[in-house]
Design a protein around this ligand. Structure first.
Ligand SMILES: [Zn+2]
Length: 231
């Protein structure tokens, strides 16, 4: 009889060596850290927390788990469960996916309805036409655009135009949050409005370190935001 072999398969969460409270299972922890770095850096500047602890302060513990491995892309959900090919995390087209999910976490944690978000953004072009960037259309339905991004689709829209829920403020918020964190908005009116709105929103709603004084003027509402859509 062959010696009994005990295979101990213990699934351990690998912990980030950089960020407090960030763990992963089934995804390469270093890739996870790399993906989160730009967001940590941005939030640290805004909140006064160090880069190492700011994600934990803002989001609490974050466990990114690959639930099911497959050969198709990589899909993740706001509860940080992912499905698909873990190697896709380093695919340039998936760049920002984890930050997109944290965008969902951020807005979910605030328990704000759409009305409280004031996410109707647009501007008037040189001919006086209203250009809709984010928010409700004339019929009161949520209408997304890819204005303010270099182009539509990945990596700027992780929730693709063909997917269900594309035209929801939750997905628009998550993609805008991601592009804001990665400084990927275009240097034009639409890009400035989109990322400027998010910058103001995060600064107003993120938890700041006690006694931390934000940069002077940092809390100022962005000049272009919330131009009411004409009725
Ligand atoms: Zn999403």
């Amino acid at each position: 009889m062959m010696g009994a072999t005990t295979i101990l398969t213990s699934i351990l969460l690998a912990s980030s060596i950089i960020f407090t409270g960030v763990n992963s299972e089934g995804l390469d922890i270093e890739s996870v850290e790399q993906e989160l770095q730009p967001l940590a850096s941005k939030l640290a500047t805004i909140t006064g927390y160090s880069e190492n602890e700011v994600l934990y302060q803002v989001f609490g513990e974050l466990n990114f788990v690959l639930v099911e491995q497959a050969n198709y892309g990589l899909t993740c959900w706001a509860w940080l469960k992912c499905y698909g090919n873990p190697d896709d995390l380093t695919d340039p087209l998936a760049h920002g996916l984890l930050i997109h999910e944290l965008g969902h976490r951020f807005i979910n944690g605030l328990h704000l309805g759409f009305k409280d978000l004031h996410m109707n953004n647009g501007y008037y072009d040189e001919w006086g036409n209203y250009i809709h960037v984010t928010g409700l259309d004339a019929n009161g339905n949520y209408l997304r655009t890819n204005l303010g991004y270099p182009h539509g689709g990945r990596p700027y829209e992780q929730h693709g135009v063909l997917s269900d829920d594309y035209h929801t403020y939750g997905e628009d918020f998550a993609d805008t949050f991601m592009n804001w964190a990665l400084d990927q908005c275009t240097d034009d009116e639409a890009g400035r409005i989109r990322c400027g709105w998010m910058d103001t929103f995060v600064k107003e709603h993120v938890k700041h370190k006690p006694n931390f004084m934000p940069e002077k003027g940092a809390m100022k509402r962005y000049d272009y935001t919330n131009i009411a859509r004409p009725e």
